[in-house]
Design a protein around this ligand. Structure first.
Ligand code: SAM
Length: 237
């Protein structure tokens, strides 16, 4: 019954994975990661403690930046994600960074059927819960994968904070058929649109077809003073 929703999410994340991998941004920078920078937050490092030699399962690992950052901290890492493109890029990134990791393409809800190990740590972070339809089952899966004495760690944000945004101005966006979406951010203020119009304001993004290239921001409201402030999308794209 949920297949069509999971398929739609997978399709979206296949597109996002490619864009996030290829486009340098504050949230996703492959370049800085390859130069040795960790993507982990200081509170995560502090709260998780020493992970050296511990087995760690990263649920919804995207293209593996955080997973591989944990590998750099000494953990023995496994990442799973529903996105085939995310997993392909995670494997590529591991190779480029010369780090050991196992990456598995799987819907989280099917993961016990494809992964038969138990872990010291199950980890997941930022932007994960909103994609899941059954949190009771999610909890059971986490418990299934934990060794006795192991622990689960989650760092998450809540989209409720976005209801206070009454300042984001219109962004005019061009997109081709492969990437019919765009997102623009001014600080923490986000406007997302095109085919994911349920996310926020109708007027936030105006679509214009583009023959070549992926996504181009043409004009942004005065709250966003330069294209460098746009998350995940650069002017050249
Ligand atoms: C916001 S991203 C997580 C990003 C991660 N915190 C990072 O910064 O790299 C959400 C991830 O959840 C994955 N996802 C969504 N639904 C899923 C499901 N049912 N099973 C497994 N992964 C799923 C997406 O493919 C995407 O990679």
């Amino acid at each position: 019954m949920n297949k069509k929703y999971f398929d739609a999410n997978k399709e979206l994340w296949d597109e996002f994975a490619k864009i996030h991998y290829e486009t340098e941004s504050e949230s996703y920078s492959v370049k800085s990661f390859l130069e040795g920078q960790s993507t982990l937050k200081s509170y995560e490092l502090r709260e998780m403690g020493n992970v050296k030699g511990k087995s760690l399962l990263h649920l919804q690992c995207h293209f593996g930046l955080d997973t591989l950052s944990w590998a750099r901290e000494g953990a023995i890492v496994t990442g799973i994600d529903i996105s085939s493109e995310g997993i392909r890029l995670a494997k590529l990134l591991a190779k480029r960074a010369k780090l050991e990791a196992q990456f598995i393409e799987s819907n989280l809800y099917d993961s016990p059927k494809v992964l038969f190990k138990k872990f010291d740590i199950v980890y997941t972070s930022i932007g994960v819960l909103c994609w899941l339809n059954d949190l009771k089952e999610w909890g059971a899966i986490i418990s299934h994968f934990l060794k006795p004495g192991g622990f689960f760690y989650i760092a998450e944000i809540h989209p409720f904070s976005m209801v206070f945004d009454n300042e984001t101005k219109t962004a005019i966006v061009q997109a081709n058929t492969k990437a019919k979406f765009a997102s623009a951010v001014s600080g923490e203020k986000m406007a997302q649109g095109l085919r994911y119009e349920y996310i926020t304001k109708d007027e936030a993004v105006v679509e214009k077809p583009l023959e070549k290239g992926r996504v181009r921001i043409l004009e942004i409201g005065s709250e966003i003073d330069s294209v460098e402030n746009i998350w995940g999308i650069s002017k050249e794209d």
